[in-house]
Design a protein around this ligand. Structure first.
Ligand SMILES: N[C@@H](CCC(=O)N[C@@H](CS)C(=O)NCC(=O)O)C(=O)O
Length: 245
């Protein structure tokens, strides 16, 4: 899939193998069956190509389509869905209300859930970590309710008790949340923290199991070990940077 035979679409993706945001973009490209050149980035030494392609944020992912950069993972997912509507699976819900709801919850995942679980990873004290765990669980609880509503509404195409946010198959919100599953595994391994705990969020826990079994997740998502290794690399980098101060 991420091969060099991409002349037809002229697609390049600047990513990082464990970046949940880059994984979103990769899953979207995969759902569309698009081939692209994948260019792994070293975020400790950012490439000229990354800096020139995303001069505002200097972050991955960046999709480069026919020489033009598209930045921000959710923007990339929507772009791919819009440019190739007839290719592969539809990613966004067909109806405006379903799309609005999906965008609302995707923003919630990025604005509330992501900083909370990232805070668990970065916490300097156990007390700070416990606070971030609480914030994470509060955000997951809201997403559990959202899943209950969305998976039983007809505006996502799935209807009663659908398997995914996107209905019978994965869609926008599945990618928005599913891209973090390797990191949820890393949090379990490193701190014993269960982000999507079956006791608190049974629907989401079952969703996570199903999502992990999909072809797109198996093809694109790394093992949690890779996220653990990267987290340790960041910790070591931070420790050596603060030792130099
Ligand atoms: N809102 C952005 C977030 C992207 C992001 O935070 N990417 C991280 C990797 S996970 C990055 O490139 N960080 C580099 C930096 O912060 O300098 C998106 O959705 O694409």
């Amino acid at each position: 899939m991420a091969d060099a035979g991409n002349e037809a679409e002229g697609l390049r993706l600047l990513g990082l193998h464990v970046s949940p945001f880059a994984l979103r973009a990769r899953m979207a490209l995969s759902l569309k069956g698009l081939s692209y050149e994948y260019v792994e980035q070293d975020l400790f030494h950012k490439s000229e190509l990354l800096l020139a392609s995303n001069p505002v944020h200097n972050k991955v992912p960046v999709l480069i389509h026919d020489g033009r950069p598209i930045c921000e993972s959710l923007v990339v997912v929507e772009y791919v869905d819009e440019v190739w509507p007839a290719t592969g699976a539809a990613i966004l819900p067909a109806e405006p209300y379903g799309r609005a709801t999906a965008r609302f919850w995707a923003a919630y995942i990025d604005d509330k859930l992501f900083p909370a679980w990232m805070g668990v990873m970065k916490a300097a004290t156990e007390e700070a970590r416990a606070e971030k765990v609480r914030e994470t669980h509060a955000a997951v609880l809201n997403l559990e309710k959202a899943f209950a509503e969305i998976s039983s509404s007809s505006s996502n195409g799935g209807g009663n008790g659908a398997a995914f946010f996107g209905g019978d198959s994965v869609g926008y919100l599945d990618l928005a949340l599913g891209c973090s599953l390797p990191w949820f595994g890393a949090l379990r391994a490193m701190f014993g923290v269960e982000v999507i705990d079956a006791a608190r969020a049974p629907l989401l826990a079952a969703w996570a199991e199903r999502f992990g079994e999909t072809a797109v997740a198996k093809e694109v998502l790394p093992e949690p070990d890779e996220a653990v290794a990267y987290a340790k690399k960041i910790q070591a980098y931070r420790a050596s940077a603060s030792a130099k101060k």
